[in-house]
Ligand binder design. Sequence first.
Ligand code: FAD
Ligand code: SF4
Ligand code: SF4
Length: 481
Amino acid sequence: MSERMLKFVSIDQRMPEKRGAEQRARDFAEIYDEFAHDRAEEQASRCSQCGVPFCSVHCPLGNNIPDWLRLTAEGRLQEAYEISQATNTFPEICGRICPQDRLCEGNCVIEPGFESVTIGAVEKYLTDTAWEKGWVQPIPVGKDKGQSVGIIGAGPAGLAAADVLRRRGYDVHIYDRYDRAGGLMVYGIPNFKLEKDVVERRNRQLVDAGVHFHLNFDVGTDATMAELRQKHDAVLIATGVYKARDLTVPGVGLPGVHAALDYLIASNRKGFGDAVPAFDDGTLDADGKHVVVIGGGDTAMDCVRTAVRQGAKSVKCLYRRDRANMPGSMREVRHAEEEGVEFVWLSAPQAVLGDDKVTGVRAIRMRLGAPDASGRQSPQPIDDSVYTLDADLVISALGFEPEDLPTLFGEPDLPVTRWGTVKASFRTLMTDLDGVFAAGDIVRGASLVVWAIRDGRDAAESMHKYLKSKASQPAVLAAAS
Ligand code: FAD
Ligand code: SF4
Ligand code: SF4
């Protein structure tokens, strides 16, 4: 083993510098600075080059982490980058926004008592450096196959699939109902986690490689699924999940109560400099308001931290379980607390209060009871523990569900699960409709960017096999099928 490795005993874990909470709460820029060059090498050298690298096993992309850490520690950055990009379509994005504490780093088996290797930060550093130094090559387009694919949805699943399919020489068309490509990476995730030019330069690469983007194109309104199937040799559904789970307490209809994604989309659009009437008239702007966000997931964390940056008077996060049992990443909770967010654990909303607009939230304190069927302790209300929080803006962040795609797409035979997610073969990601595949959140339910990338890449390989076999069928058979 290289003598540069195994330094975890002598070198402590160090993340890139985080900007001070007061400073970062005043803008939407990313909160971490870049690693200094020697710091990335030093941190990579902490890896002990495990025989069975659990970091890789728990990375959804199976990234070859020990190899690129070793090459980084040896100062061979371009080679390290080449290895890291071989398995990941967007390594600099994953390095920024994967919940590493639950994936690669959470499973780093450096000796007990030592903190994990900062894998995500090194991955980001490598690819940012590659862009800076011109090592990121244009997408090599394969020999024209004479077949076309239609991809519904320009989120990470759709974009990752487009990348693989274009390399293989297919004519790739992506349809998206939004005016910009990127899905939730552009309109859901705030700038302070992922600056948008990082996504846009990836979109440009696909455009330069000849991928056709049909933006402002809503499948269901502008075309049916049958029409897309007619037009393309194979279709990929990568539409994500967007229907907000409803808050069902009295008063939710009052002005001042909004769904998390409406709020975040407005804020992200402002970041692009768009005119957003519902923000510009103050409706979706937290400036000067008492804000209560209901929910304990990563979307709720993004809302509270956005509200802080917009200049809210106070920001509270109401969650019915406790800190240890919240679904959001602990790292995000720490960032939010540093930035001045107050967490109101073990509290559930009972009603939104106000006459002609929101003035408060009535909440009740909870305790955790016996575990339910899912194994999680179920929250139960404590008698006589009702109290009121002031609020001018209430944001509901209770998760997302799929739209009714068979109806929307005019395709009653599209198979869906009882949760509304699209049913696709575990092995091939093809649905029961011949040549129609599905990937990302619309199959898994609300998940992560890294899983969407993985699914998009897998679906593309599977579509390639399908298209190859379709192309090799004699014309007569093809016409008869
Ligand atoms: P999406 O990204 O949702 O993209 C789907 C695309 O399909 C969209 O562009 C949409 O406009 C388009 N579309 C939908 N229906 C149609 C139609 N009928 N016609 C045409 N186009 C259509 N994950 C992380 O890993 N880290 C994070 O920090 C993180 N933070 C998040 C924060 C928020 C607020 C949210 C909501 C999610 C976050 N996620 C995060 C989850 C992550 O963004 C998603 O898991 C991922 O984007 C799913 O990718 P996808 O390609 O399946 O779908
Ligand atoms: Fe870790 Fe995500 Fe990178 Fe995999 S893709 S190594 S999980 S940061
Ligand atoms: Fe290195 Fe940790 Fe992965 Fe082991 S688990 S190879 S120490 S990063």
